[in-house]
Write a protein that binds this ligand. Structure first.
Ligand code: GDP
Ligand code: MN
Length: 362
């Protein structure tokens, strides 16, 4: 799961890493409360926003409202931001690169540093190895590592303590949150010699979601994916994750029915996306059964259940549902369905078998 910049920065704050003063806002929020001048940054799950026009400085209230309208109504690199991050303007003296990542071949966390920030690190790796450090780590970077970083970054010995502090905070944010990647590009030194994470990119390990109750992130970008497979299909399906969705389609076909669609409902909060999918499925007149196969990680069973309840109320001619619900908030989800007399089944094959019976009787 890729976090938006502001979400990553929230996590960084919890371990004490220095980030610029900021607040988030969206359409309809009161702009007059923002301090000026201010840097406005679109919150989209992709880098290179600066070059693409997604980062702008507003000096007056007029500029602020004009830039806000522009950024909230025009997609950048194909993504329409619904949230902007308003940050204090930093007077940047130096831009540096620092990241922590899981190196699968080394089976280790690796610290990657480059003397220049704001660069494309993949391109830099090839060029000059003197500008780049790559250090496998099994614990928070020690003073020898900090010395190497000071040299690489050409920083004065007086910066040792703040550097040590920020690197240790990043290490703790990375390990505590089961991250796969934490990239600070750029890490900046400002005019007052403050060391700050000016940008933050963070990717968390989805399979660790079960041990993080606080993982409630904005996930507008993991939008659902609906593909019509056969206009004459008799069994429709919904699943979370492309792999599970494909397995569900295969199981329907293997049992002798005709899969009508492929649908990955995506991770995270997606009640609205699911209701839209029900709308599309009910428009397919040949569909006589719908299989819902959810193994929730980031997705939550109670939210899936709520979408099902809304669909039941909204669509008068909803075909029979065959539901398998497991994972995060399973009990809450099943309670919601039970309170509305909506049954669930234990396994995907139970769902497929029941759907086949329904279809053959129709
Ligand atoms: P990205 O383009 O998506 O990686 O977004 P960044 O947050 O890294 O911003 C891109 C570039 O904009 C940075 O490398 C900086 O040079 C510049 N930038 C971002 N925030 C500020 C700021 O507060 N002050 C100044 N002067 N430059 C900024
Ligand atoms: Mn950046």
């Amino acid at each position: 799961m890729k976090l938006l910049e502001y979400e990553a920065k929230e996590l960084l704050k919890t371990t004490g890493a220095a980030v610029p003063e900021s607040q988030i806002f969206t359409i309809g929020n009161d702009l007059t409360k923002l301090p000026l001048p201010v840097v406005l940054k679109v919150q989209i799950p992709i880098g290179g926003r600066g070059k693409a026009g997604g980062i702008k400085v507003a000096k007056t209230l007029d500029e602020l409202s004009q830039i806000t309208t522009e950024l909230l109504n025009n997609p950048i690199k194909g993504y329409q931001a619904t949230t902007l991050l308003a940050e204090e303007v930093i007077s940047i003296k130096k831009e540096l690169y620092l990241s922590l990542l899981i190196d699968r071949s080394l089976q280790s966390i690796v610290l990657l540093a480059h003397k220049d920030g704001g660069i494309d690190i993949e391109a830099a790796t090839e060029q000059d190895s003197n500008s780049l450090l790559r250090i496998p780590l099994d614990s928070s970077p020690d003073s020898a590592v900090i010395s190497q970083l000071l040299t690489l970054y050409s920083l004065d010995e007086s910066m040792r303590e703040p550097l040590e502090q920020i690197v240790d905070s990043l290490w703790r944010a990375f390990t505590k949150n089961d991250a796969l990647l934490l990239e600070i590009n750029p890490l900046v030194v400002d005019e007052n010699d403050r060391l700050l994470c000016a940008d933050a990119k963070m990717e968390l390990d989805d399979s660790a979601a079960f041990r993080h109750d606080n993982w409630q992130f904005e996930t507008p970008m993991t939008s659902s994916q609906f593909v019509t497979l056969n206009d004459n299909g008799n069994v429709a399906c919904m699943a979370n994750g492309a792999g599970l969705a494909m397995a569900t389609v295969d199981a329907i076909a293997a049992a002798g029915a005709i899969p009508a669609n492929f649908l990955d409902i995506g991770g995270g909060t997606n009640t609205e996306g699911m209701v839209k999918a029900f709308d599309r499925i009910t428009a397919m007149k040949s569909v006589q059964a719908i299989i819902i196969n959810v193994f929730a990680g980031i997705t939550r069973c109670d939210e899936v259940a709520e979408a099902i309840v809304i669909a039941k109320d909204r669509f008068a001619h909803l075909p029979p549902l065959f539901i398998r619900l497991a994972g995060t908030n399973e009990k809450q989800g099943k309670d919601i369905l039970r309170s509305r007399d909506i049954a669930t089944l234990d396994t995907l094959s139970d769902c497929v078998n029941s759907a086949i019976q329904e279809v053959s009787h129709a």
